[in-house]
Design a protein around this ligand. Structure first.
Ligand code: UFG
Length: 327
């Protein structure tokens, strides 16, 4: 299938592009390189462009006779979304509306959307099922929910078939550990701990050690990028027969911040300084997924259930790319 991968130079998008290529699809990457890395795209077709550019979207959909769109081009920093909500509504919501309008104009019906566990906010119960209340607690989560609703209403017109995939904590390096995580600035736990193990960061800060969890630190559901991307391929196939799909994507297993730190120590064989600091605003104590629906309906199986295996791929990538991507 000819697939437009919006945000295909970013962490998840570049891994998706590699899997599409490996499966015999024809991905075309569309990215403005505001966050992504040109070198992560490799030799795939690449269009440098912004999702606000309706004319370029129309031209691209036509030129490559695109049959499906995958959308990874969102801003993802919760803290920044609180400080600059309009920036998030513009990029994550308005630009997605422009993309959907271009798709409608060109009769492209299939859409796979990167949603987030952030749509659930502070869950009353874990593991979280797709039916759990959607109560985002920050602008980032609200923008993801707004797009889900926009897709829902557009699908009701019969002009869109979409899959909304709610990621838990995407991590690790994919495509045989050749495509890794290089956010600038980096806010995510695993790469930050690895940077400390590599001596590139003086210490690791634990944001809160007084949560109601066994070791007092937050628990998250870490899902390897290869597993995450495979679910997208399965969802894309299922869109042949479905108008509306919504799935949680996670391992269903939680690891605390302290467990992540210990795992990095174990995998790397390095020690580093760890300090406990205040809680980070808006962190839920425990976020774990119930991904039974994706497992049953998509036939999805994860290969990286163990945190150690996930961290090993990230450790390998960071060591092979000590300064991240060159551009
Ligand atoms: N943490 C630390 N120290 C750090 C970095 C993170 O203690 O240096 C903690 C956080 O407080 C949190 C856990 O490690 O408890 C994981 O933090 P991440 O920033 O790696 O991931 P989040 O769970 O906060 O974020 C993920 C996605 C976001 C999404 C969010 C909401 O990466 O894009 O889930 O579901 F918005």
């Amino acid at each position: 299938m000819r697939v437009l991968v919006c945000g295909g130079a970013g962490y998840i998008g570049s891994n998706m592009m590699a899997q599409l290529l490996a499966e015999g699809h024809e991905p075309v990457v569309f990215d403005n390189l505001s966050k992504g890395h040109r070198s992560a795209v490799g030799s795939a077709e690449f269009v440098e462009g912004d999702l606000a550019d309706y004319e370029l979207l129309i031209k691209t959909l036509r030129k490559y006779r695109i049959e499906a769109v995958m959308h990874f081009a969102a801003f993802i920093e919760v803290g920044e979304s609180v400080a600059a909500p309009l920036k998030y509504y513009h990029n994550n919501v308005s630009c997605t509306q422009t993309l959907l309008s271009a798709m409608e104009a060109e009769n492209v019906e299939k859409f796979v959307f990167s949603s987030s566990a952030a749509v659930y906010g502070m869950p009353q119960k874990v593991p979280i099922t797709e039916n759990s209340p959607k109560q985002p607690i920050n602008p980032y989560g609200q923008t993801k929910l707004a797009v889900e609703r926009m897709c829902h209403y557009q699908s009701q017109t019969g002009k869109l078939s979409y899959a909304s995939l709610r990621y838990f904590n995407a991590c690790g390096a994919g495509n045989n550990a050749t495509l890794g995580e290089d956010h600038r600035p980096e806010s995510h736990l695993i790469p930050r701990v690895i940077q400390a193990a590599m001596g590139k960061r003086s210490e690791v800060k634990i944001y809160g050690t007084d949560y109601q969890t066994p070791d007092g630190t937050c628990i998250r559901d870490y899902i390897h990028i290869d597993d995450l991307c495979r679910a997208h391929l399965l969802a894309l196939e299922k869109l042949d027969k479905s108008r509306e799909l919504v799935y949680n994507l996670g391992n269903g297993k939680g690891y605390s911040v302290k467990e992540v730190i210990e795992t990095v120590r174990e995998v790397s064989g390095k020690d580093f300084k760890v300090v406990a600091v205040d809680r980070r605003l808006g962190d839920a104590p425990v976020l774990t997924s119930d991904a039974t629906k994706a497992i049953n309906e998509l036939g999805w199986k994860t290969e990286f259930g163990e945190l150690k295996k996930i961290v090993a791929t990230a450790w390998q990538w960071h060591n092979e790319h000590p300064d991240g991507y060159p551009d």
